[in-house]
Write a protein that binds this ligand. Structure first.
Ligand SMILES: Cc1cc2nc3c(=O)[nH]c(=O)nc-3n(C[C@H](O)[C@H](O)[C@H](O)COP(=O)(O)OP(=O)(O)OC[C@H]3O[C@@H](n4cnc5c(N)ncnc54)[C@H](O)[C@@H]3O)c2cc1C
Length: 502
């Protein structure tokens, strides 16, 4: 076995997270030597693949689960505002790269697609009205429109209004400057940009099989999936960007911070339509409310997708249960992740979440006709022959210790890092790819604190002229940055935007 090749950084997995972190590190320190290790034969082969996720540029514009309603009817907008500013931070990074000229066009990965919310019934309408009233006062949402007028809705969502009962109570909001993001194209563009620099490599068909402490760094064992040959690489810093498979690697690291974490894999399916006659009547991402008692990832939405220059529609997701941590993973993933340190939290979650388990089983058991019935709540005149079922990516939700309940299920993401900052892993999947840049900034602040406040500070300020906190409160700066990003990413015409904010 060959031994002791040495790099500064090993990144496991070639999805959006590793690709973003690798490019960011190379921008901050062009001399850094790094290697991305990917078990598949291309980048973005798992959750970051455009057909494995919904491609929504999550900015809190349409996702109703980001704005919960309290018992007194008030709507809490904190999460929507935060995610919106995180997305603006992602856009700053993509704008910065696009302006460099060597990165390539942003049109390959981001497209303007309006974001709408649609509700049915009196409760839904009063919630949406209150949400609109509260959100539209915030500068990030001041362009939001609200309507209960069916003729207006027929203009906004021509596919969704015909065939509805005349007395149906419905309402919608619309924000024109939403986006669809092809995270697969973005990942591959980042990886191509990365490898055009010296000392940056992406190695495909290689599986990371083990991690061992090596002084202040790590020795990473890597197996060629075709030849079976193994090699070892020493790294000062390791990022476990292995998507659903980050948990077993984190456990293999043995770091104290990994103890007690478990994973709850949830699979997904979509209905997809490529018929141009149908697609041309729906140019929007329309999100509605999840059925009472169902988990947040089951919020139904009918989306325009723009992938490789072609438009399609996706509806779903339909959730399901599997024991695999990756779409191309093994059914043994879940059982093999059980440890003495996480069995308590995992059993507590199993006991306290019977409703979720029942829900997932019922979703898996659905017939095509039942899936079409759900679609027809959005698009009453949908024809079966226009739609086909596709398998989406895996989400591994986080299970963690809880002093009161023993264990809890968490639907967000969590960055887990060793105390000395030499290893970090990203667990969980939501809101996901849209906020990658904020998460990776959090990672470098946690693992490289001296550099972010020292030699990297000026470059960080150049790439990110405004971070999340200031964007949340400074309306004028938000508008300036938002316009700059939208122009750089060709989401709007330069002159139109400059005039409208003059
Ligand atoms: C159904 C669904 C819908 C979603 N919708 C959206 C959305 O609309 N908007 C949004 O922003 N986000 C969305 N997300 C979330 C988003 O897709 C993920 O957060 C994001 O793609 C995760 O990127 P990643 O790089 O962490 O993981 P991945 O893209 O899964 O990449 C991990 C990589 O690691 C590799 N790997 C694993 N183990 C090893 C190993 N041992 N050695 C080497 N390589 C390894 C895998 O092969 C894979 O290529 C959605 C996710 C799902 C599942």
């Amino acid at each position: 076995m060959a031994h002791n090749e040495a790099v500064d950084v090993v990144l496991v997995g070639a999805g959006i997270m590793s690709a973003t972190l690798a490019v960011l590190l190379k921008e901050l320190d062009p001399a850094i030597k790094l290697e991305v290790v990917e078990l598949m034969d291309s980048g973005a082969a798992e959750s970051s693949n455009p057909w494995n996720n919904a491609g929504t540029g999550h900015a809190g514009l349409c996702e109703l689960n980001y704005t919960p309603q309290a018992a007194d009817g008030t709507v809490d907008i904190k999460k929507a505002v935060h995610i919106n500013t995180q997305f603006e931070v992602s856009k700053q990074f993509w704008s910065y790269l696009t302006k460099k000229g060597t990165f390539g066009s942003s049109k390959t990965f981001i497209s303007p697609v309006p974001h709408l919310s649609f509700v049915q019934g009196n409760d839904g309408v009063s919630f949406l009205k209150e949400r609109f009233k509260t959100l539209s006062k915030h500068h990030a949402f001041s362009d939001m429109e609200y309507t209960e007028d069916k003729a207006t809705m027929a203009e906004w969502m021509p596919l969704m209004m015909p065939g509805r009962p005349a007395d149906e109570v419905v309402a919608a909001t619309r924000v024109m400057n939403g986006t669809d993001v092809n995270f697969g194209a973005l990942t591959n563009q980042l990886l191509a940009h990365l490898t055009s620099a010296p000392d940056a490599q992406v190695k495909y068909c290689k599986r990371v099989t083990g991690l061992k402490r090596n002084g202040s760094g790590w020795t990473v064992s890597i197996k060629d999936v075709n030849s079976g040959n193994s090699r070892e690489v020493d790294a000062k810093f390791v990022f476990l960007g292995a998507g659903g498979a980050a948990l077993p690697l984190l456990q293999a690291s043995g770091i104290e911070e990994s103890k007690g974490f478990g994973g709850f894999p949830i699979s997904g399916q979509w209905l997809r339509c490529d018929n141009p006659e149908v697609v041309k009547h729906h140019q929007a991402k329309v999100y509605s409310q999840a059925a009472v008692g169902s988990p947040p990832m089951s919020v139904p939405h009918l989306d325009t997708r723009v992938v490789d220059g072609k438009k399609s529609l996706l509806f779903g997701p339909y959730a399901g249960f599997t024991t695999k941590f990756l779409k191309h993973g093994s059914f043994m993933d879940l059982p093999m992740s059980v440890r003495a340190g996480n069995i308590g939290p995992m059993l507590a979650v199993a006991k306290n979440n019977m409703d979720l388990t029942k829900y997932l089983v019922s979703e898996v058991m659905q017939s095509m006709e039942q899936r079409l019935d759900s679609l027809r709540r959005f698009y009453p005149e949908a024809k079966a022959e226009d739609w086909r079922l596709e398998v989406a990516g895996q989400r591994v939700q986080i299970i963690k210790k809880d002093p009161k309940k023993g264990g809890i299920l968490q639907f967000g993401t969590e960055l887990v890092a060793s105390k000395d900052g030499s290893l970090a892993a990203l667990l969980g999947a939501s809101p996901g790819a849209s906020v990658t840049v904020s998460i990776m900034l959090e990672l470098i602040e946690k693992c490289f604190p001296n550099k972010t406040s020292g030699e990297w500070a000026a470059k960080l300020a150049e790439i990110f002229p405004a971070r999340e906190k200031v964007l949340e409160t400074d309306a004028a700066l938000y508008r300036k940055i938002n316009v700059q990003n939208n122009v750089a990413l060709e989401l709007v015409e330069a002159s139109n935007e400059t005039e409208s904010y003059a």
